[in-house]
Design a protein around this ligand. Structure first.
Ligand SMILES: [Cu+2]
Length: 103
């Protein structure tokens, strides 16, 4: 979910993933209310974006969904923007992958 005014190149460490789709939302409404109001349908990636990736373009005012295979390596991962200034300003974002059958 990109709530800034421009596209960010987002990288997820240690894995590859595929883009499922992107869906636009009303950014002004979100900034006023904190709620998501979609402005169009989810759109699958263009053919040139349908392979395995480690970085994707996350456009402004869109939710980009990805799918990845983490097993058997559950635990802590990070993602971040690849724009150097954004990497430097603490945009290394952690997330935890769990196996609901084990963790
Ligand atoms: Cu960025």
């Amino acid at each position: 979910m990109n709530i800034t005014g421009f596209t960010h190149p987002i990288h997820i460490h240690l894995i590859q993933f595929q883009i499922l789709d992107r869906r636009p939302f009303d950014l002004d409404f979100y900034n006023e209310s904190g709620l998501i109001k979609f402005t169009g349908p989810a759109i699958p990636p263009e053919p040139n974006e349908r392979g395995w990736k480690d970085t994707l373009a996350a456009p402004s005012a869109q939710i980009t969904r990805v799918i990845a295979h983490f097993a058997p390596y559950t635990g802590d991962y990070v993602w971040h923007c690849h724009i150097l200034e954004h990497e430097d300003y603490d945009t290394m974002r952690p997330f935890t992958v769990i196996d609901p059958e084990k963790d």
